[in-house]
Every structure is written in structure tokens, then in C-alpha cells.
Design a protein around this ligand. Structure first.
Ligand code: F6R
Length: 680
């Protein structure tokens, strides 16, 4: 959705140029989350806050910054800055709607926000009645103005943490915020609910301990109307992590971000904020408080400082032109990473450590319900039938948004599996909470350690695909698919009757990296196909059946989202129930016709299409004599039927990439989309 970034240096001198560059570079790393406008706030020269914002990508903001008549050499021994890259939800992309949003024309309180405030209209109305004049169409502006209002209505007596605590108690919706204020120079407050936020810590000396205490302070201090001014004594225990041995303050830098990819180039030491945490950074110390301390609050008393496992090279394009291209080409490796240490190819066994202790419960499930969105949903569709076949448990795949609309009955003996690359997709998170409330066992399958879905589910599988930065999901799809196949195998491991089948699939998994490489090797042919035949098309149908239904939907999604060519995945079994009407000599069709038990039925679909003068391009197994001389073919190696979708999707990913290039689309930043959809 949006990306937020904050940078605080303490006793560690940086020029204004260095501060701005750190903020702008942080935004560039987060740009995949939203890229219609961007902005940042830093200290001015007279104890004021400067805001610089621009429509378009971070490069445009960088240029605007360079054009400012500022003294970029001005040094700051300590400083707090914040930045934002936007994917518009409330209000068009424009300078005024970009973040940071501000409380007033003196920039007393400035805020960057990722998420949506659902009660912003009510707050805006209240503030307008109090005389506040709004300048933007955003929901975030009401937060900046509410902060000023609360501060003033409490006679400016609240400290920064108390103030933000009071403000966020009034908010409904989802958010990750960073606040900065001229009233609290060199301080920053960050908080989250439902949107991700983590903090990187960089010090010269080792930290004393690898956790930060959550500081306790009872009750609430204040309300918006200001009736409750009783202030309980703050039980402040300075976090042990930042106590220095000699009692002298030590130089330190903090990096706050929606995503680890913006932090890893500075430090690998990070802590993930929990929902309702309030992080206050001042005088080189990081203090964590809770918005509410209640008996039901069962979060840990500390936040551990963890070591990021991603490498900088993983978030760089290297020799590739685009992240998407790099990620497609990484698949022979990323699929191995998903299986590493989990699949024993010799004794044909799967061990998913994250499900340890839960497999017996899952085996007894009445139903398995997959819930996901977009590409992640397609990975569920692709693997649903192998779950059913191996485990004989009814397995359904649900689109999270539709699931939420329907509010279906969920029972304690259901097992609900939430599949999400980011682990932060709002609809999937809401569906997860819905199922948690109803007592179902919830399993998370994500690519993001520390994400909401991986933290809030009872157990799960991390797909280990490495960071996926291109907006169009490619390697995460294949890794999710494999993670689900592994899960299906592990659940069936005690069954003698399915042993042969499991062995055949595990042998297929072993060959997968080389199968994928074989398809990548025909990239030039696919590029030629895109140039000669497909780039001119207005519409493209992708037909298949059985295991390949998911391939068709996923291939069509890839094509439409990055080349803007209309494309539809059609279940071949449905052809004569309507879609056949679209077929004539002008309609572009790709038919997925690899050899499995549905082959004769797909052959009949091919005949139906040919009989209507259609001339499909056929994705088939290498050397398929039935097709070779009659159709333009894309040949792919044959594998186990339930894994064939992993191989068949590769040419469609590559075709979509080439079509996007031919259409002049900015592949990694397709219009109207963002990588992580943290709003409903
Ligand atoms: C398409 C794509 C999206 C995501 C969907 C869910 O290429 O990436 O359809 O799959 O937005 O996102 P996650 O997997 O993060 O929940």
C-alpha cells in the first residue's frame, strides 16, 4: 500500500544532505509498496520542520529536493526525519495529498501513515467544528490535526508518547504511523495497528541485551475531551538494551520502515513492533509502551532484537533490467530454498518444523479451508486437489474478500490456512482474525518473517523465497505452491496407501530446479512469440483443465496486471457453457495441454476451439507428437501431474514480462497497483 520510513541519528553527526539521502534511499527501497507520490520531513534552520513532497516516483522527489535553496552542508549531531511513498486511497495523487500530512501551516505536528482510518470523517467533522481548516483529501490529515487539538486541549502538558497514545485511541482502521513535532525536537513516535512497522538499530558498541523492555504505565492518561486528566505515575524502566556501561550516552542510529528491505543496507539488527505498541525515540533511547495495558493484553513483556537474514544483494537488481525478471530467473534457486532442510529426497520424507505439534490436529480436521488473495489464492487452487487426494479431507479455496463478505460458518474442527507472500494483506488478515475468533486452528504460509499473519497464526510455514520486490508475484507463487504440496505430503506421511504417490511427487520436486531451468532456456523463443504474435492483441484467453485451471488464472493475472492486455483464465470444462462464444479467428488463445489424466478432455477443448477457426498457441510437454506439426507450441518438460503447474507457469510469467516491455509498461511498477495491499 504505502511505505513509511524514519531515520534518527543521535550523537552521530550527519549533514542535511546525508539525512535527506538516507530518507530518499529508504523510500526507493519501499517504492514497490506505492509509487504515485512521495515526501519527507526534516528539521529546518529555525527549530521548524521542512516538508518536501512531490507527485510521481522517488526520483522526482529527489530532483525537487536538489532544487531547494537549502544549506545541504548544515550538520546535525542528532536529528529525526521521516518519509513516505504513497499509493493513493483517499484523494488523487497530488502534492497536497502526499505525506507527510501536517497539523497546520507551521508544521507543528507532521505524520506519515500506511493504512486507512475508517472514522476519519467523524474526526474531521469534529475538528472542523473546532475551527480546523483541512487542505487535503486524505484520512491522514485528520490525525495530524487531531494531535494538535489534543495537545492544546491538554494545555500542552502531555509528553509525546502520552499524546500519541491519546490520539490513536480515537482512531479506527489500520495504521502504521510516524509522528514528528516542533514541540518535541529530536524525538519521534511510531505506532502500528494492522500495518507493518519495524525498527533497525545501529550502534558502534554491542547492545547490552538483545531485547527492548515494554515499559508499563497504567490506564489511560487523557481523553480527547480532556475530562480524565488523572496521570498515574509512569513506571519507567529504561530499556536495558540502551544502558551504557560507563553511563555515558552512546552514538546510535534508528531506521524505522514498513519493510526490512529499507533497513538491511544500514543494519541487520531489527525489532518488529506489535499491534498497539508505541515506540518513542528520544535522546538515543528507544522506549516501547502499549496503547492500552489491560488484563487481556497477552503480548510479551519485551520485543526481541533479531538479526535480519536477508542480504543486500537480494534486494538489488544485479545484472537484470527489472526485479520481476530477476525474480523469474531466481526460481531454480528459490524453489530449492523453499525445500531446503525440509524434503529428504533419499527417504522421501517431508519435515515442516513450523507444523510440528500440529500435524495430528490438522489430520483430524473436518475441512481444510485455504484463504488468500490474487496470486496467493491461485497457489491454493493449484494444490487443493493434491490435499484432497492425499489426505481425503474436504479442501476448499476461498478468496479472502469474498470470504469476509459471506461471513461463512467456521468451526473449531476446521483448519484454516492463510497464504500470503507479504503476510500483511488486509483481507487475508481480517479473515484470519475471523477464524481465530471462532476457534479454528489457523496456519500461516508467508514469505515474511515477523509479518502479522506469521505472528498471529497458531503455526505455519515460511516459504523462504527471499524478498520479492517486483509487484507481480512470480517466485513467491512457485514457493507457495511447493510449501503447500510439502504440507499435503507431510500430513499424509503415515499413510501406506499413498506412499508410492508421495515418492513420485518428491522425485518430481527433486527435478524441479532443472525443469524450471529448461523452460528459462526458451526465453528467447517466448520473447519472439510476444513480438510476432501477442503484443498486437487486445485480448487473450488462457484455457486449461484440472491442475492447470490455476495456471490459467495465474497466467492471465500476470498478463493483465503488467501488460494491461485483457486476459482471462478459462476452465476448459466451462468452455461450452459460454466462453466458446468468444472464439473466432481473431481471438488470441493459449491452451495449456500438458500430459495428465485430463489430456483427452483438453484435446476435445482444442478441437472445439479449432472448429471455430481458433488457432491457439499450445503449452505442451516436450515432443508431444499430436501437436507438433499442427500448432505453434511452447514445449515444457513433463513432471508429476500435481507439480506440472510449477513448470507451466514459467512461460506465462516470461510472456507477461516481454509483453509489458513491448507495451512500454514500467514492469516493476504497474499502474494502479502496489505490492502489499494493507487496506480492504
Ligand atoms: C499479483 C499479486 C497479487 C498478490 C495479492 C496477495 O501478481 O502479487 O495478486 O498475490 O495482492 O498478496 P499477498 O500474497 O501478499 O497476500
Amino acid at each position: 500500500m504505502c511505505g513509511i520510513f524514519g531515520y534518527c541519528n543521535f550523537l552521530c553527526e550527519k549533514s542535511r544532505r546525508e539525512v535527506c539521502d538516507t530518507l530518499l534511499n529508504g523510500l526507493s527501497r519501499l517504492e514497490y509498496r506505492g509509487y504515485d507520490s512521495a515526501g519527507f520531513a526534516v528539521d529546518g534552520d529555525i527549530e521548524d520542520t521542512l516538508i518536501i513532497k512531490q507527485v510521481g516516483k522517488v526520483a522526482a522527489l529527489r530532483k525537487l529536493t536538489d532544487d531547494q535553496p537549502l544549506d545541504f552542508s548544515k550538520p546535525f549531531i542528532s536529528h529525526c526525519g521521516m518519509a513516505h511513498t504513497r499509493w493513493a486511497t483517499h484523494g488523487q495523487p497530488s502534492q497536497i495529498n502526499s505525506h507527510p500530512q501536517r497539523s497546520d501551516d507551521k508544521n507543528e505536528f507532521v505524520v506519515v501513515h500506511n493504512g486507512i482510518i475508517t472514522n476519519y470523517k467523524e474526526i474531521k467533522l469534529l475538528l472542523e467544528k473546532k475551527g480546523y481548516v483541512f487542505e487535503s483529501d486524505t484520512d491522514t490529515e485528520c490525525v495530524a490535526k487531531l494531535t494538535k487539538y489534543v495537545f492544546e486541549s491538554h494545555n500542552k502538558e502531555l509528553n509525546f508518547t502520552e499524546l500519541v497514545k491519546t490520539v490513536v485511541k480515537e482512531l479506527e482502521g489500520s495504521y502504521a504511523f510516524i509522528f514528528k513535532s516542533t514541540h518535541f525536537p529530536n524525538e519521534i513516535v511510531a505506532t502500528r495497528r494492522g500495518s507493518p512497522l519495524l525498527i533497525g538499530v545501529k550502534t558502534q558498541k554491542k547492545l547490552k541485551v538483545d531485547f527492548v523492555d515494554v515499559e508499563s504505565s497504567d490506564n489511560s492518561f487523557a481523553t480527547v475531551e480532556g475530562q480524565d486528566m488523572s496521570r498515574p505515575a509512569l513506571n519507567r524502566s529504561q530499556s536495558r538494551a540502551f544502558l551504557s556501561e560507563d553511563g555515558l550516552p552512546q552514538p546510535i542510529e534508528y531506521f524505522l520502515a514498513s519493510d526490512a528491505s529499507a533497513i538491511v543496507e544500514h543494519t541487520k539488527r531489527v525489532l518488529y513492533l506489535e499491534d498497539d505498541d508505541i515506540a518513542h525515540i528520544a535522546d538515543g533511547e528507544l522506549h516501547i509502551h502499549r496503547v492500552r495495558r489491560s488484563k487481556e493484553d497477552n503480548t510479551a513483556p519485551t520485543r526481541s532484537i533479531q538479526t535480519l537474514e536477508i542480504e543486500l544483494a537480494e534486494i538489488m537488481k544485479g545484472s537484470f533490467d527489472h526485479f520481476m525478471q530477476k525474480e523469474i530467473y531466481e526460481q531454480p534457486e528459490s524453489v530449492v530454498n523453499t525445500m531446503r532442510g525440509r524434503v529428504n529426497f533419499e527417504n522421501h520424507e517431508v519435515t515442516l518444523g513450523g507444523l510440528r505439534g500440529f500435524t495430528h490436529i490438522i489430520r483430524r480436521a473436518r475441512r481444510i479451508i485455504f484463504v488468500a488473495c490474487g496470486t496467493s489464492y491461485h497457489s491454493c487452487l493449484a494444490t487443493r486437489s493434491i490435499f484432497e487426494e492425499l489426505n481425503q479431507i474436504g479442501t476448499q479455496a476461498e478468496l479472502a474478500s469474498d470470504f469476509l463478505d459471506r461471513e461463512p460458518p467456521i468451526f473449531r474442527d476446521d483448519v484454516c490456512v492463510f497464504v500470503s507472500q507479504s503476510g500483511e494483506t488486509a483481507d487475508t488478515i481480517l479473515a484470519m482474525r475471523y477464524c481465530l475468533e471462532r476457534g479454528a486452528l489457523c496456519v500461516g504460509v508467508t514469505n515474511t518473517v515477523g509479518s502479522s499473519i506469521s505472528r498471529e497464526t497458531h503455526c505455519g510455514v515460511h516459504i523462504n523465497a527471499g524478498p520479492e520486490i517486483g509487484v507481480a508475484s512470480t517466485k513467491a507463487y512457485t514457493s507457495q505452491y511447493i510449501a503447500l504440496v510439502m504440507m499435503a505430503i507431510q500430513l499424509a506421511q503415515d499413510s501406506k496407501s499413498s506412499q508410492k504417490r508421495r515418492e513420485e511427487i518428491i522425485d518430481g520436486l527433486y527435478r524441479l530446479p532443472s525443469d524450471i531451468k529448461e523452460v528459462l532456456a526458451i526465453d528467447a523463443k517466448l520473447q519472439q512469440l510476444a513480438v510476432e504474435q501477442l503484443a498486437q492483441e487486445k485480448s487473450l484467453l488462457i484455457l486449461g483443465r484440472g491442475y492447470q485451471n490455476a495456471t490459467c488464472l495465474e497466467g492471465a493475472l500476470k498478463i493483465k496486471e503488467i501488460s494491461y492486455i485483457h486476459s482471462e483464465g478459462i476452465f476448459a470444462g466451462e468452455l461450452k457453457h459460454g466462453p466458446l462464444a468468444l472464439i473466432d479467428e481473431t481471438m488470441a488463445v493459449i491452451l495449456v495441454m500438458t500430459q495428465d489424466k485430463y489430456y483427452p478432455k483438453v484435446q476435445s477443448a482444442l478441437q472445439q476451439v479449432s472448429a471455430r477457426s481458433g488457432n491457439p498457441i499450445v503449452i505442451c510437454n516436450t515432443g508431444d507428437e499430436n501437436l507438433k506439426n499442427h500448432h505453434r507450441t511452447i514445449e515444457v518438460p513433463k513432471t508429476s501431474d500435481c507439480l506440472q503447474g510449477l513448470v507451466n507457469i514459467i512461460p506465462l510469467q516470461l510472456l507477461s514480462y516481454h509483453l509489458a516491455i513491448l507495451k512500454g509498461v514500467d514492469v516493476d511498477f504497474p499502474r494502479n497497483l502496489a505490492k502489499s495491499v494493507t487496506v480492504e
